[in-house]
Design a protein around this ligand. Structure first.
Ligand SMILES: O=C(O)c1ccccc1NCC(=O)[C@H](O)[C@H](O)COP(=O)(O)O
Length: 264
């Protein structure tokens, strides 16, 4: 399965980085960088407001789509996203399948004010420390690749650093595990990572399984303002959008259209 491959390359690549900066040193560096900006917390509060919350993703390639764009000026993309009014920017840092990097994360952090999500396959608390050191306020924890103990431990470390976690799920059982671990934000991935099929109604089908005090983010396959409108009305709090924005010729305008979806 693709997730097994992603976990495997992530562990290998992390081990290489740990030879440059040891887990102990990264832990201390992260502690020196505890997030006092409140950007992550503000993002969480925004999710509970009636306005549409959009997370724009910077993603050059993916396992399901291969190369998504031919030119990849991520700094321009980040500026366009901010101009459009995104509430957070998601930066892929996985190198082998998504062609992302921590360099991209750092460069984007330097030029925008909005909170940043390190979008990666977090398999060790080291990667949370690393996310903080490189300027992210938010991390992704994917239930399907973590044990219950890891989920609790990684959430604790995230919160110690003043950060916020999106806990990604795909079915009822994973949602229960996320709630049990103490997730404050749950993402439901509309993409089935076993066969890459995308069902935009998947998040809606699982809405009732998530208590209202936990924010819900719909992930993957979102194409139109109508889809965002329908999901907002049904109580979905935020929308993570990658490919549609990466392919949009006027990204700022596309984001503005999406953010206006609730008023339509
Ligand atoms: O996108 C993939 O092919 C993929 C494959 C395996 C694991 C994760 C994958 N994507 C990560 C994501 O969660 C998406 O980048 C994100 O939800 C945005 O999706 P989209 O708007 O469809 O680009």
């Amino acid at each position: 399965m693709i997730l097994d491959d992603l976990v495997s390359v992530t562990l290998t690549n992390m081990a290489q980085r740990q030879r440059l900066i040891s887990p102990e040193d990264m832990y201390h560096l992260a502690n020196q960088n505890i997030d006092t900006s409140l950007r992550g917390q503000q993002f969480m509060e925004k999710l509970h407001q009636p306005e549409i919350t959009i997370i724009g993703e910077i993603k050059q390639a993916s396992p399901s789509k291969g190369q998504i764009v031919t030119t990849f000026n991520y700094e321009d993309i980040a500026r366009d996203y901010q101009t459009g009014g995104v509430d957070m920017i998601s930066v892929l840092t996985e190198t082998d399948y998504f062609k992302g990097s921590l360099d991209i994360l750092r460069d984007v952090r330097a030029i925008v004010d909005v909170p940043i999500l390190r979008k990666d396959f977090t398999v060790d608390a080291y990667m949370i420390d690393e996310a903080r050191v490189n300027g992210a306020q938010v991390v992704l924890l994917i239930v399907a690749i973590l044990s219950d103990e890891q989920l609790v431990k990684f959430l604790k470390r995230t919160h110690e650093l003043g950060m916020v976690a999106i806990v990604e799920t795909h079915d009822q059982e994973e949602i229960q595990r996320a709630i049990q671990a103490g997730a404050q934000i749950i993402g439901v991935n509309n993409r089935n990572l076993k066969d890459f099929s995308v069902n935009i109604h998947h998040t809606l089908a699982l809405r009732q399984s998530i208590p209202e005090h936990i924010a819900l983010i719909a992930e993957s396959g979102i194409r139109s303002a109508e889809e965002i409108h329908d999901m907002s009305v049904a109580g979905v709090n935020g929308f993570l959008i990658g490919e549609t924005l990466m392919r949009a010729s006027d990204k700022a305008q596309q984001i503005k259209t999406f953010k206006a979806a609730y008023d339509d």
